[in-house]
Design a binder for this molecule. Structure first.
Ligand SMILES: Cc1cc2nc3c(=O)[nH]c(=O)nc-3n(C[C@H](O)[C@H](O)[C@H](O)COP(=O)(O)OP(=O)(O)OC[C@H]3O[C@@H](n4cnc5c(N)ncnc54)[C@H](O)[C@@H]3O)c2cc1C
Length: 436
């Protein structure tokens, strides 16, 4: 049987169900211009992916396999592959955002599509209410998820023997409609420039777990303090699949045996599943409100001030500077920034979501959209509009010694806030009450 193994959000060899598919195989990765063209040429994520591919290619070679790299519309790539040879099917793990679902549907008309489950702990229909509809509130989802969780969710996929199909593995194959060219394998060939990545972005996920082991016991308390390096930093690895979610769960099991309370960390991983499940069942959430219909008030000056870290609110400007300079932002700072954006500046959450999507290294449609809707009070969370974070009390509590702010703000930073917190909060409450 001749099969195409399509790597997408699973850029690794360890514990990868694609490597358990028997037969003659052509492992491939496709750089999709629909995803790449809107990005800036110095997008850090492309550097991360490129590095991960180089790593994947050499790990596959060590197993007598390889990786063929393409640049082009997936439909053009599959059309070209099928014109030049015959394949029984394409195997890939499920990718659930709207674009991915549409793309896979198009490919499934060209060749048999075999899905393997990989990216999340649960399949999208695995944790449902008794009436078979999806949960909309996290806690009941979490409680049900715990009852469903079993040894299958931590299963480790070990590779079977696969024979590599003869192919040109030393070039990037570029397809533009019917036009076919070959390019050297380099980031410049796909029109990007190599970027300097942060220490965390250069670390392997296993190094991250190793370093996180000593922090896990204090995770519940420390995770909110932005100057502490107290979280796992695994979001980018889970996004691109440089580690399998099951490997993280097996690691959690080992920590549990040592007597550490692993529940709070496990809960966050379930959050990731919850958001993915929601976007799968309610794809309109990507752009539309769910529960409340607050549209926000467009204001280009406020938006520009936010995106250039010039709001005059130190913790918000520090967060945006961290994002622009590294592609990272601490979770609590993300919450403070998103609350300030949607409540104090009353801007449409979709604008903030798009700004984060452009810059976050770990950008994931489901987690980003649902988190922004949570902050705006428009999403599935029954907690309505009146949750407004005070950025000053948040800073006092979680960045008491100003370590985080000093790290990210320039020495000549002067805070003249573009809005007064109290007044803008009152204005927001009035706006939301009137809109309801
Ligand atoms: C406005 C806003 C936007 C966000 N956008 C994204 C995004 O695009 N991509 C993304 O992965 N996360 C997003 N998050 C969630 C969270 O901020 C990051 O997952 C977390 O900061 C990553 O750091 P970590 O890996 O050290 O997390 P840890 O605290 O170590 O958590 C472990 C893992 O659990 C998952 N996780 C943790 N918190 C959350 C959460 N609140 N929601 C969903 N999953 C979570 C992540 O996969 C994370 O890697 C967003 C949060 C907010 C408030």
């Amino acid at each position: 049987m001749r099969r195409i193994l399509w790597f997408r959000r699973d850029l690794r060899v360890d514990d990868n169900p694609l490597l358990c598919q028997e037969g003659d195989v052509l492992p491939i990765f496709i750089f999709d211009p629909a995803i790449l063209e809107p990005l800036s040429k110095n997008d850090r994520r492309v550097t991360f992916i490129f590095n991960a591919l180089v790593h994947l290619k050499s790990a596959l070679r060590a197993r007598a396999l390889d990786l063929a790299i393409f640049y082009g519309k997936p439909a053009d790539v599959f059309g070209w592959l099928l014109k030049n040879s015959s394949y029984h099917d394409v195997c890939a793990s499920g990718d659930y955002d709207a674009y991915a679902l549409e793309r896979d549907c198009e490919i499934s008309h060209l060749i048999e599509f075999t899905y393997v489950h990989d990216t999340y702990i649960f399949k999208p229909d695995e944790v449902l209410k008794k009436d078979k509809t999806s949960y909309q509130v996290f806690t009941p989802f979490y409680n049900c998820a715990k009852t469903r969780f079993n040894s299958e969710h931590t299963y480790e996929y070990l590779p079977v023997h696969q024979r590599l199909i003869d192919f040109d593995y030393i070039h990037i194959h570029r397809l533009d409609g019917n036009k076919y060219t070959i390019l050297p394998i380099s980031i410049e060939s796909i029109h990007f420039q190599m970027q300097k990545l942060s220490v965390h972005q250069m670390m392997s996920p296993y190094e991250k777990l190793h370093s996180f082991a000593s922090k896990l016991a204090n995770y519940t308390h420390d995770r909110d303090y932005m100057a502490l390096d107290a979280t796992s930093s695994l979001s980018v690895d889970l996004r691109f699949g440089t580690i399998s979610i099951r490997a993280v769960l097996r690691w959690i099991d080992k920590q549990k045996i040592k007597g550490i309370d692993t529940e709070p960390f496990f809960r966050q991983l379930i959050f990731r599943d919850f958001y993915a499940m929601l976007l799968y069942h309610f794809p309109h959430l990507a752009t539309q409100n769910f529960r409340y219909h607050f549209e926000g008030i467009p204001n280009d000056d406020y938006f520009k001030a936010f995106c250039t870290a010039r709001t005059g609110v130190p913790i918000v400007d520090a967060g945006v500077r961290e994002l622009l300079e590294t592609g990272e932002m601490h979770n609590r700072v993300r919450m403070i920034c998103a609350s300030f954006f949607t409540k104090n500046l009353l801007l449409p959450w979709q604008w903030g979501e798009a700004f984060f999507a452009q810059h976050l290294m770990d950008y994931d449609a489901a987690s980003n959209v649902l988190s922004w809707q949570w902050s705006a009070g428009t999403g599935v969370d029954p907690q309505p509009y009146f949750r407004i974070f005070n950025p000053y009390t948040q800073s006092k509590k979680f960045d008491k010694s100003e370590v985080y702010r000093k790290l990210h703000l320039p020495c000549d930073y002067t805070p003249i806030p573009i809005v007064n917190h109290k007044e803008s909060s009152q204005k927001a409450l009035k706006y939301f009450k009137n809109t309801l």
